[in-house]
Design a protein around this ligand. Sequence first.
Ligand SMILES: O=P(O)(O)O[C@H]1[C@H](O)[C@@H](O)[C@H](O)[C@H](O)[C@@H]1OP(=O)(O)O
Length: 925
Amino acid sequence: MEIKEEGASEEGQHFLPTAQTNESRGTQFTSIQKFPNEPQLEFILACKDLVAPVRDRKLNTVVQISVIHPAEQSLIRYSSTEIVEGTRDPLFLTGVTFPSEYPIYEETKIKLTVYDVKDKSHDTVRTSVLPEQKDSPPEVGRSFLGFASFKVAELLKSKEQLLSLSLRTSDGGKVVGTIEVSVVKMGEIEDGEADHITTDVQGQKCALVYECTAPESVSGKDNLPFLNAVLKNPVCKLYRFPTSDNKWMRIREQMSESILSFHIPKELISLHIKEDLCRNQELKELGELSPHWDNLRKNVLTHCDQMVNVYQDILTELSKDTGSSFKSSSNKGEKTLEFVPVNLHLQRMHVHSPHLKDAVYDVITVGAPAAHFQGFKNGGLRKLLHRFETERRNTGYQFIYYSPENTAKAKEVLSNINQLQPLIATHADLLLNSASQRSPDSLKNSLKMLSEKTELFVHAFKDQLVRSALLALYTARPGGILTKPPSPRSKAEESSPQDQPPRMRRQDSIPHHSDYDEEEWDRVWANVGKSLNCIIAMVDKLIERDGGSEGCSGGSKDGEKDSSLEDSITSHPSEDWYEQLSPLVLTLKDCMGEVVSRAKQSLTFVLLQELACSLPQCLTLTLRRDVVFSQALAGLVCGFIIKLHTSLHDPNFLQQLHTVGLIVQYEGLLSTYSDEIGMLEDMAVGISDLKKVAFKIIEAKSNDVLPVITGRREHYVVEVKLPAGMFESLPAQIKEGQLLHVHPVLFNVGINEQQTLAERFGDVSLQESINHENFELLKEYYTIFMEKMPPDYISHFQEQTDLKGLLENLHQNIQAKKRKNVEIVWLAATICRKLNGIRFTCCKSAKDRTSMSVTLEQCSILRDEHQLHKDFFIRALDCMRREGCRIENVLKNIKCRKYAFNMLQLMAFPKYYRPPEGTYGKADT
Ligand SMILES: O=P(O)(O)O[C@H]1[C@H](O)[C@@H](O)[C@H](O)[C@H](O)[C@@H]1OP(=O)(O)O
């Protein structure tokens, strides 16, 4: 019989949907799925009276679980238990779970094979999917003891859903012990009936008590179909661990990919293309420029057009639908996948423990957002952006220096203009429409909307930047040279020849020009307000004459009344409202058009400075920042949607969401040595850039539940869709579309051998500054949280959690300058969880170090929050690392079940970050 390994497919563990499998084989099998989206079958295992092949040998037992699908005769290796050492009656903590997607039926046969493990260092290698020749021979490290098999129906229909099967040797003759298979149901109330099995687990007397508290809707079961639309290919594992009072808790670990890994980058690249095409068009429409500036513009346009092509090519590649929702660690440096996050997963732990409410703990695991294709030879974004700004500030000869804030401001105003102008035109037309219908109420409403938008428009130009940019552009026009040297100027500047472009180093040295009428802009700009006032006054008058007592009182701005306007109003006695208003509306549109054309050109000229100054670095840097941001955003949107769905029933969470926003905490495990310095520099900027993102929840109108992104580089809004029922239950503020903000923080602690080198011979200042800066951000968030959440919530919260103490502790640890001080990331994670935040863990690939960290975090939570028996802490940790979701993560990334660590590396790791023997070694990463 052929033996295959589950999870050997390209994309990792792939399950055929149940229905599809059923039909495709043309035979009907009996489904065992009771609740949609819930695991179909979960059981635990224990052996009794095992017979050792050699007398007096203490057995180290492992059970391998294989599945024989009813339509096939091949045996699929499904999972394994952990190794239980030194007993003939092993009770396994690692159980078996078949998720809802798995094609399992009553007719499916399950085979349990028991082995005696002699050499643990070989054991995991054996279950690798490497081609046979690279793999260890099957017998190395373990020997066969016996096997048993059963049909799923037999187990489900058995008394108390428990089977006790004889283990037999391969010829089926000799009985070498028994194996007990017992169905478990997470969260089921068992009438307080206790089924005591006393067993000796590594010397621990432990009562196995099936006595559970009422199930809680912690995982938001009702929301699952929606959540499942973004989560894909789940891998599930089941464990049971003893509590400190010798009862059992059950833990379900789940790891899923997300289609957002590809969806968000595609959305974002489309937006970049749109934004850049628009900017290129505006550059072309900048009008006539003097030869110096015109050449610069041509050069910039050539590069910018090329860049748009690069983005378009990447989008085309990504859009070739491969149905993929996962980028493996080995594809990190792939050019066409640059924007896609590495190895993004939801890592979920669902705990069901006696006397406590069920709880779900989520961490998003993802490779550090970084530009692997561009590489790290010159460092990452944090350093590159700083260097770029310094160079730009100092090159000044041919350009005008605008600070990054001013450049961002120019982009913002440009985007506001582009949005507001058509909006105002629409409202103006609606006003005329109301006028032609002679409807006072509708006229008032239209005027209100028109006034609001026009005021926003006028307000957008209040900035001094537009004024100074107008002057700068004036001097860049043909003939727009300085006729008189503005004072004060330096000697060097005074001596610059007149036919040269003006030497302008700083924004505050933008030339003053004697011929330039600075007040002209004020007049043009003020005309918009004035023409609106005319409209308001006219509407007032029309309604008054019509017999209405009060005017519309959109109120002429600042109470001012223009005399020319008074004339224009009284000199039209006609009662045709449309005719009265139409010329005024036309004037408003004309005035606005004039403002838009001047402002657009001047601000585009500001953008030209940024681009022209250091081509092509500027564009390469923008690409790098876009790449890193895209990876970070994909993770964030995934984390946000999952958090929203799991906490939808919690009114405090919803209040926090719209009043304070959410803390998003990233744990970084990168070293501050070699390439990883650059990665950390990229990651720090990528995460900080997430501040530019706000979320908005909208009602889903169709089956398309994928989030939609709008905006541009300085500000993005991610629209998250919820089905009508869920949407209705949201607080009014959220339903009305209030923007929901996130507060990203990053704490990094390098843990590997490279960090040892950094600490001894290198520099850890990058990590120190990041941790310091982010501590301040976290503290700020905490302060807003305490101020904005309701007092009764806060007093209850303070009773439960000493957050202030935790923050102080974190601060002390950050200041302590201790080597590999993982306490920092532990404390930051705890604070984030207490603050209801979104947790992330990242290393280079989110495969090895991340796996060590999330499993440690899971076990620490079990110890601190669910009374995990202290003697079982390490065993629980080893179980999760040996047979849990994370080893499957390694498998799906590198097709081999081994964490890529060697002994030497591990010696450098903090103690609790070392995986169990047999699970690590040289791997082709
Ligand atoms: O998931 P990571 O911890 O980033 O994987 C590292 C691993 O820690 C290290 O020991 C190994 O030598 C490789 O560099 C792994 O990175 P890959 O990106 O190559 O998987």
